[in-house]
Design a protein around this ligand. Structure first.
Ligand code: UDP
Ligand code: MG
Length: 322
């Protein structure tokens, strides 16, 4: 008997009740072209709508569908981690539930891993400039600068437009699972573990239903996560600015003293003092903030809390033939 590759499809879901069925149909339509045995692992990340019930229905009809139900919302990073942890396939792919990760690409991904010397295939999103399609302009500007900024500031090299839509061989998944850190920035971890990765492009599409759970505030937090996860450059900046301002202050002090002793000028500037206090105060507070970001993360790491808590787990039968 021809032994088929086993493929695990991991789908983090947060309030995706309206998308689940469409997603399931979309994947079904394309997966039959592939010569794989697959399982579909939906992670219900504390949704407040009927996501769980939808997946339970699918699970009853289709033994390839699994459900991992979290006790509350733990975030997409935690959901992806749980999916990787419970995946059984030799190949594993992570997909969004809103069909923004087109299932058409699955074939190319599987073929690449089967036939070419790659260990992972990552989808790169290209902006769709057609009016009304793809992400809003402000979001696009934010995301472009996000990659530039994180790359400049950190030790990993993120590809612009790289998404979490990736298919990986088991050894890549195992190395991701071996990373035990609590604050996970997967976009960076994927690059950090190495392995030969092929990048394929697709045009941005809008989510099929519901709305994105990202606010601009959470995007800024995500950027900070990306930088602090992979670099200590902000800390070095803080100390460098400290040294520079101390140096300039000494020069100025020398000037004030000579001016007084040699020229007999009294110290004049109220304005100088106020601006100095504000300037140094500002720098001090910013540096404290930078320190705080790192300390907060150390605090989270040392507590060693689990990344997620599972309420219920309905497993799949990955070997089930149609
Ligand atoms: N998601 C999740 N937990 C969260 C937020 C999002 O599992 O706390 C899932 C969501 O259901 C979707 C994927 O992560 O399948 C991407 O989320 P979203 O579409 O909101 O992000 P965007 O596509 O706008 O980047
Ligand atoms: Mg989306």
């Amino acid at each position: 008997m021809n032994k088929k590759i086993r493929l695990s499809i991991i789908v983090p879901c947060f309030n995706e009740g309206k998308s689940i069925d469409l997603f399931y149909k979309g994947v079904k339509r394309h997966i039959n072209d592939l010569d794989v045995n697959y399982e579909l692992i939906f992670i219900n990340d504390g949704s407040r709508d009927d996501t769980k019930e939808r997946v339970e229905l699918l699970h009853e009809q289709d033994p390839k569908v699994a459900l991992i139900d979290f006790s509350r919302n733990f975030g997409k990073e935690a959901a992806m981690l749980a999916g990787l942890h419970f995946s059984k396939g030799e190949y594993v792919v992570i997909m969004d539930a809103d069909l923004q990760h087109p299932p058409q690409l699955l074939k190319e991904m599987v073929d690449t891993l089967n036939l070419e010397p790659y260990d992972a295939v990552a989808a790169i999103r290209r902006n769709n400039k057609t009016k009304g399609k793809g992400d809003p302009l402000l979001r696009r500007i934010f995301s472009k600068n996000f990659y530039l900024f994180v790359n400049k500031m950190s030790d990993v090299d993120l590809k612009e437009g790289a998404t979490d839509y990736r298919m990986m061989k088991r050894k890549v998944v195992n190395s991701l699972l071996a990373i035990k850190e609590y604050n996970r920035f997967s976009k960076g971890l994927f690059e950090w573990v190495g392995f030969k990765t092929k990048y394929i492009e697709y045009r941005d599409v809008e989510r099929v239903a519901g709305k994105s759970s990202w606010s601009y505030f959470s995007l800024i937090n995500y950027a900070i996560e990306g930088i602090t996860s992979f670099s200590t450059v902000p800390l070095k900046f803080a100390s460098l600015i400290g040294v520079l301002s101390a140096f300039v202050s000494f020069l100025y002090l020398a000037f004030v003293i000579t001016d007084k002793v040699i020229n007999g000028n009294d110290v004049s500037g109220w304005a100088t003092i106020v601006s100095l206090i504000l300037f140094l105060g500002g720098i001090t507070l910013i540096s404290l903030g930078v320190l705080g970001e790192y300390i907060g993360r150390i605090y989270n790491e040392v507590k060693r809390r689990p990344n997620y808590i599972i309420n219920e787990h309905l497993t799949s039968n990955v070997n089930h033939e149609e």
